[in-house]
Design a protein around this ligand. Structure first.
Ligand code: ADP
Length: 410
């Protein structure tokens, strides 16, 4: 029956670019078009009456049998192998991916199935190439990301390094600036603070030369004392500048030892006595004989010398300067009290700043360095310094030393 219509089928199927194969209910091939023959590599006669399975790879035969029967029972037009990949097999045994559309039809009471087939090898290859390319691209992106992360890390380290270098450079610039400031200050101080004592020294030296007679000895001595005092003063200023420089650069080497407090006090008061104005008196502290302390002896001498000479300098004649020591549980307090001009309230917070001089002190010689230096040393050695002061009444400076101190006698 089908053969009767074979010509019509051939005419129609040859017009279709897809491969066309028609099978009967026994799955025997009853018609093919040229595209299908080319696709599978057979001649027409070779496929006629062959079972459809000849075109399906062996491993799908069983599965295919089941699919075919159920499809044949509820024959309807549809695409074959939805959700699965289908393969055909050529006469040469080569497998290839295939897409199949199924169209059942009836002819003279028999049901036939027409399969429309497209060889999708090229499409699959393209798909695979796209997948490969995607995978390759992903790999590349991953690699690049990794490289980028690495570069970012390197950059971060570099940035940090540069930041540190910048900070260091800024620090040394700051130090350089401070040093310059110090030099400028030094020069202006030298011209200002050195001029008066140097003129004094020169005058005294000239006068000493003029006192030739033996009975001029007291006058000679007076001028020699004046010269000595002024040289000491100038030496003090120079030492202060050197201390600032050493403190700044952290080059101070402290020498800690245990010594008698009285030894330092005697030395300080002995030197201070030479500076006393007429009628000024220093009250020596009580009960110091028993106190030994562990500290840097030179620094303690410097601290007390500064406080006592300030007390003398900023107090008028006929006043008393009190030095006291108080032992607390873990500290030793040393206080120097004067009845001098005091420090104006508004200036008090600046007193320990370098070069600071209170408004009422400018008529006195000074550099504004002493308190700054001793505070620096005390900070380094675990001590503190503070004061209370009332303008016109006097000041009390208190130094607190850590009690790495010990008493010789209990
Ligand atoms: P200098 O005495 O050389 O100016 P200091 O650093 O010793 O420098 O003191 C800083 C400033 O503190 C002084 O210029 C002065 O104004 C004030 N000062 C310090 N000690 C006293 C004091 N005993 N009485 C009044 N003012 C003081």
């Amino acid at each position: 029956m089908f053969k009767l219509n074979a010509d019509i089928f051939e005419t129609l199927s040859e017009a279709i670019p897809e491969g066309v194969i028609v099978v009967d209910k026994k799955q025997e091939i009853v018609a093919t078009n040229t595209s299908a023959l080319e696709m599978f590599g057979y001649d027409k006669e070779e496929l006629d009456k062959q079972r459809l399975e000849i075109l399906i790879p062996q491993r799908y035969h069983r599965q295919h049998g089941g699919h075919f029967s159920s499809f044949y029972r509820n024959a309807e037009k549809r695409t074959m192998g939805i959700g699965r990949e289908l393969f055909g097999i050529k006469k040469s045994g080569e497998e290839f991916p295939i897409e199949v559309g199924l169209a059942p039809f009836e002819l003279s009471g028999d049901t036939f199935i027409m399969a429309l087939m497209v060889d999708i090898t090229v499409r699959k290859e393209t798909e695979q190439r796209i997948l490969d390319l995607n995978a390759e691209l992903e790999m590349k992106v991953k690699e690049r990301t990794k490289e980028l992360q690495h570069t970012v890390l390197e950059l971060q380290t570099e940035v940090e390094k540069r930041k540190k270098a910048e900070e260091k450079a800024l620090e040394s610039l700051q130090r350089e600036r401070e040093l310059n400031e110090l030099k400028t200050k030094f020069l202006s101080l030298v011209s200002h603070e050195f001029k008066t004592p140097l003129t004094g020294i020169l005058t005294s030296a000239v006068l000493v030369g003029k006192y030739e007679k033996t009975d001029h000895q007291p006058k000679r001595e007076k001028h020699l004392d004046l010269i000595k005092n002024k040289v000491h003063y100038l030496d003090g200023i120079l030492n202060d500048f050197l201390s600032v420089e050493r403190l700044e650069s952290g080059k101070v080497n402290y020498k800690i030892s245990t010594f008698q407090l009285s030894k330092v006090l005697n030395e300080v008061i002995y030197s201070a006595n030479m500076l006393l104005k007429s009628g000024q008196r220093i009250n020596y502290p009580e009960n110091v004989d028993e106190i030994a302390i562990t500290f840097d002896e030179k620094i303690l001498t410097l601290v007390l010398t500064n406080l006592v000479s300030n007390a003398i300098k900023y107090s008028p004649e006929n006043t008393v300067i009190d030095i006291k020591t108080t032992e607390a549980s873990d500290t030793l307090l040393l206080t120097v009290r004067d009845q001098g001009m005091g420090i104006p309230k508004k200036d008090q917070k600046h007193v320990f700043q370098r070069y600071f001089r209170a408004e009422n002190a400018t008529t006195y010689q000074g550099t504004g360095i002493g308190l700054n230096i001793i505070k620096g040393h005390l900070d380094n050695l675990g001590g503190t310094i503070s004061f209370i002061s009332q303008e016109g009444k006097g000041s009390t400076f208190t130094v607190e030393l850590p009690r790495t101190l010990s008493k010789i006698y209990s």
